[in-house]
Ligand binder design. Structure first.
Ligand code: V1S
Ligand code: ZN
Length: 368
């Protein structure tokens, strides 16, 4: 039983406040769906664990962590913390997800890494919160589980760690932390900061600095990216990495917000393209540590992460959905969902590729 899904129903109680894009069920929906499809056995699910204070402090500052814990205990955010740490804002609201959810999500990424080191292939869908800075919440992220996990791997003696980020938003905080570090290669494909969050980072010219020069790679892409373009850029990025870096281990952030159905990005990826991207990374670097990320259309996200799970666990992708699984999806009751437009989502798991020609601006990014 090599594949492990690090996932818990505890996330049902750890949702962001109303109106926020992360108020939707994600991990629990994925679990319910996989069970209804008979695609996961109980023995393949690991509940995860909370991160410890010591582990968090390898990346975050003590004052910031204490402020998160205090806000959770009191159910309130002091105005000075809102200002200083960016918590309790519209973007990063206070909810049970803020501290308890983040603590579990981060510990689960650490658990995924531990399971990987024991010989499993593990996926923590609650992970991938790549925007959290050492002492500042940012872009829905409070605790930066990718960085905390990379820090753990470094402490364990790993000398060459690769971080690949497929989320539609640039991994600004991860990039910053390892910008001067030649032992962590950070590669991100994302919507250009010229038009998308985080707006300030993720440009092509950001290639790392001092010792880390050449160990950071960004592919900022225009609106409307299709599978063809995304996969071409990924293929080129993999070639560039392979020329200069032989990773001992890699982490892959699998944000699904680049899918066409997702309303937080302007891309047009199909879940076929998403799966293909996942397979390309595995083909290039072998098994890795797999983390979730953004993804705001609950059904699109569930379908895409189910494909990843099928791939990891060596299962064939089913061609039709079981009635029970369709009911799980229909029960989401998500007001943004246009049920007539999206009816195909209730019938099949794997979409058709969304192909197109590769635009000149994308070719020039590949040549740069
Ligand atoms: N894109 C986007 C977006 N949407 C929102 C948002 C929408 C409704 C809300 F109730 C609250 C927030 N915020 C943003 C982005 C942040 C995106 C974070 C993505 C996270 C991830 O997928 O990469 C990984 C988990 N923020 C902004 O665009 C900043 C603003 C500039 C616009 C929104 N307002 C609320 C703050 C300033
Ligand atoms: Zn995102």
């Amino acid at each position: 039983m090599r594949a492990k899904l690090v996932a818990s129903y505890a996330y049902r109680n750890f949702r962001y406040s109303s109106n926020h894009p992360l108020r939707i069920p994600r991990v629990s929906l994925l679990l319910d769906f996989l069970k209804a499809m008979e695609l996961v056995k109980d023995t393949e699910v690991d509940e995860g664990r909370n991160a410890t204070q010591e582990e968090l402090l390898e990346y975050h500052t003590e004052d910031y962590i204490n402020a998160l814990r205090e806000a959770d205990a009191c159910g309130c955010v002091k105005p000075k913390y809102r200002e200083l740490y960016n918590i309790g804002t519209y973007e990063n609201p206070l909810s049970p997800a803020t501290w308890r959810g983040s603590l579990l999500a981060c510990g689960s990424s650490l658990k995924a890494a531990e399971l990987f080191l024991e010989g499993h292939i593990s996926f923590n869908p609650a992970g991938g919160m790549h925007h959290a800075y050492p002492s500042r919440a940012n872009g829905f992220c409070f605790i930066n589980d990718p960085a905390v996990t990379i820090q753990m791997l470094k402490k364990l003696g790993f000398k060459k760690i690769l971080y690949i980020d497929l989320d539609a938003h640039h991994c600004d905080a991860v990039q910053d932390f390892y910008y001067h570090d030649d032992s962590v290669f950070v590669f991100s494909i994302h919507q250009s900061p010229e038009y998308a969050f985080p707006f300030t980072k993720g440009f092509l010219h950001e290639r790392g600095a001092s010792k880390g020069k050449g160990f950071n790679l960004n592919a900022p892409l225009p609106k409307g990216v299709t599978d063809t373009e995304f996969l071409k850029v990924l293929e080129t990025g993999i070639e560039v990495i392979k020329e200069v870096f032989k990773p001992d281990v890699y982490l892959l952030q699998l944000g699904t917000d680049g899918l066409e159905e997702d309303y937080l990005s302007k891309w047009r990826l199909s879940n076929w393209g998403f799966l293909k991207a996942f397979k390309m990374v595995r083909e290039a670097f072998g098994d890795g540590i797999y983390l979730g990320g953004g993804g705001y259309h609950p059904i699109a996200l569930t379908r895409a992460w189910s494909l990843v799970w099928c791939e990891i666990s060596g299962r064939e992708v089913p061609t039709t959905l079981r009635r029970e699984a369709r009911e799980v999806l229909l029960s989401v009751g998500w007001e943004e969902l246009d049920e007539t437009d999206r009816s195909y989502m209730y019938e099949t798991l794997l979409d058709k590729p969304r192909e197109g020609h590769i635009r000149r601006e994308i070719l020039s990014i590949c040549e740069a």
